[in-house]
Design a protein. Structure first.
Length: 183
């Protein structure tokens, strides 16, 4: 019956759904809420859950997290309107410390759609077919978007390395000029 089907789904996919949510929410509690909501929706729509359930569940989780984020943004706006800026707010998933590495910094500057696609491949280790089912697009569309997103990530990384080279060259020129002045 429906209960045993939900139990099977939960046992088979709960860890993957929770891991997906943990990488996209500011707190573990938010991730747990998103996973719970995902399986609640699965229960309500148990007859619509396909045999290959993981992409469907991840698609639901993606929408649940987007709704959470919108709710959080509305609360932040409300707090500001009420003049309560002193309240601490969670750091958004896109806020990356530069010390965490150039790839994460470059990724954080990219469009949300590109970030999500690259994360699905790198963090969630999903194949293009699964991503296509999850996002409701063809495997070919996934391949094209992934190719373009990787190209944009490479451009972002090259910008960083060019900035580092320019900074190093400028430092060398300044140091050279200082050395000449001292001598």
């Amino acid at each position: 019956g429906a209960v045993s089907r939900l139990e099977e789904l939960f046992e088979a996919h709960e860890r993957r759904v929770l891991a997906y949510a943990l990488r996209r929410t500011p707190t573990p509690a938010d991730a747990e809420d998103a996973a719970a909501e995902t399986f609640t929706i699965a229960w309500r729509k148990i007859d619509q859950v396909p045999d290959d359930a993981l992409p469907w569940l991840l698609g639901v989780a993606r929408r649940v997290i987007a709704n959470q984020r919108r709710g959080s943004q509305r609360r932040s706006w409300l707090f500001e309107k009420l003049g309560r800026q002193g309240l601490s707010e969670p750091i958004s998933p896109g806020a990356i410390d530069p010390g965490e590495g150039p790839a994460l910094v470059a990724l954080a500057r990219m469009r949300p759609d590109d970030q999500e696609l690259l994360r699905l491949v790198a963090w969630d280790e999903l194949d293009q077919r699964t991503i296509g089912l999850m996002l409701g697009i063809s495997v070919n569309a996934v391949a094209i978007r992934l190719h373009r997103a990787r190209g944009r990530l490479k451009e972002e990384l090259l910008k960083d390395s060019a900035a580092i080279r320019t900074s190093t060259e400028a430092k060398g020129t300044i140091n050279g000029a200082l050395q000449e002045h001292v001598e």
